[in-house]
Write a protein that binds this ligand. Structure first.
Ligand code: GRF
Length: 214
């Protein structure tokens, strides 16, 4: 059974979905720690209220990024984390941290990467006029919102969509995408051997791509 730590900064709805999926009998992972860089993150309350081990590591209390990340790294190691999932974690991690956790650090992003990395990807999708967007779970590399893709779910961009409406539709897809993707990594079906693409050892099991019901 793999041990997974989750890093959040706010609402934590993806963290909730990961925690809930971990409680299924056939889960390949357990959630060993939930960390937030913001003490007031709503998701921290949910996680501690549901019996998960939590801690706030407030980045503002550290002399710099290196010290903050050293504390995160120590905590993750002490918690026995095999994998770390970023779930709305709003601090950019240094190359040093990313390299330490290479192949064991995952992120979810609300667009079909490599389209629309960075901030406000849903608005970027609306501005570009794409007819389909979605979400991506990927291994984290040194560049922001980049790294080998593990799983993606497509959702339609509807005429007259607002940023809020599209964000909500994508968020619902995110909640269905992250846990199966993490499960596939924890079960050894998907890994990162260092190249530009993830290595998928077999396509059996839960699918790593989803389309909307049309
Ligand atoms: C999600 O859209 C995620 O893809 C992005 O930040 C948002 C976090 O939402 N990285 P939540 O905190 O998981 O509810």
């Amino acid at each position: 059974m793999k041990q997974v730590a989750i890093l959040i900064s706010g609402r934590g709805s993806n963290m909730e979905a990961l925690c809930q999926a971990a409680q299924k009998v056939d889960s390949a992972y357990q959630v060993c720690r939930v960390l937030s860089n913001r003490p007031d993150a709503k998701g921290l309350q949910w996680a501690s209220g549901h019996g998960f081990s939590t801690r706030a590591v407030d980045h503002r209390k550290f002399a710099g990024k290196a010290e903050f990340e050293a504390e995160l790294d120590d905590d993750l190691n002490a918690a026995g984390a095999d994998y770390v999932c970023l779930a709305g974690f709003m601090r950019l991690l240094s190359a040093n941290f990313v390299q330490k956790w290479r192949g064991r650090l995952l992120n979810i992003h609300p667009s079909l990467l490599p389209s629309f990395p960075g901030l406000a990807p849903q608005q970027q999708a609306l501005d570009a006029g794409v007819r389909i967007s979605g979400c991506t779970v990927h291994f984290v590399s040194e560049e922001t919102d980049a790294g080998p893709i593990i799983a993606q779910t497509a959702v339609p961009v509807l005429p007259h969509d607002s940023e809020e409406a599209l964000s909500q539709r994508i968020l619902t897809a995110e909640h269905r995408t992250y846990a199966p993707a993490l499960g596939a990594v924890c079960a050894g079906r998907v890994s990162w051997a260092g190249g530009p693409k993830a290595v998928i050892s077999d396509e059996a099991g839960e699918p790593l791509y989803h389309y909307p019901d049309l």
